[in-house]
Design a protein around this ligand. Sequence first.
Ligand code: 3EB
Length: 343
Amino acid sequence: MRDYLPVLHGENMSIAEFFQQPAQRRNSVLGAVCFSVSGMPAELEIPCLRVPMRRLDTAEAVCEVWRGSRQMKQGKCGDIHYRHDDGLLFGVIVLSETLFQTDTDKTPLQQATESAYRQIFELLDRENFPYLIRIWNYIADINALSFGLERYQQFNRGRQDAFIAHGRDVAGNAPAACALGYVEGPLTIAFLAGTVAPLNIENPRQISACLYPPQYGPRSPTFSRASLVTLNRAEVLFVSGTASIVGHATLHPHDVAAQTRETLTNIGAVLSEANRHAAQPGFDLAGLSYKVYVRHPADQALIHAELARCVGDSLKAVYLQADVCRQDLLLEIEATGMLASGL
Ligand code: 3EB
């Protein structure tokens, strides 16, 4: 048993467990992302994001809770609700596209995305948390075509414009991320930022997303394959949403088991890269905590069987029904891992 918690700590719990924590323990929560919940009690202090995706492995709702340490401060800034300690800031933003005009050259989703990211960067500048470490993007109807462009590609335009407007790197030093779709609802984003620069990691099996050829849209996605952040006593690895992509191409378009294996091979390659930079090269598939986004609920059992076979008995995974940002991708997997270091 460890006798301390790392500075940043992620864990999954039920909504009931979340709200029944002793006050002192609840006070260490930076924020939470809750899936499969129908409603949530009003929570004044802690930013909680409700993502309307159905959980597939059990009926129970799940909260991914991020903990910090020491003194917490929270606030609201525009559409963002945030909370931070002296090293980490967690924020959530929910923005409806219907607030934006349709008569300009930017689509409503593109404008909403640009606004959300601009608000995030303004907050990070103001609160002095310069480094975006990890960002979770949830977008309604992500594969639909509107205004002549797939909605994921509209999102990519707004995101890249905001990065550029704030002088942020779009090629080589972007945060870890994921981008998933659900049926309908506002643009829904959660993010973690810090005061110490994370190390952003690429996957040698995949072209960097910033170099995807134009067939995937007029603007590249802005994310790296993982980010590694070292906070005094722990190294935390955020593996971005990862899919069955090699080079830039989707492999095994109609074979969900093969896509699962290819995705794990990609995650394995990212772990090898992370281990080249980590203080202790201890990241492995068995030690990660997974979130698996599944396009067709009927595929969940097969995906789980492949994952359990490759990862082993210790597999910790939550399965959610979601649309993935390319029509031919049947799943996307993200993961986090933590190692105590320097002790
Ligand atoms: C991919 O590798 C799959 O647009 O932020 C994964 C992670 C994906 C993040 C994003 C997209 C994003 O291209 C899709």
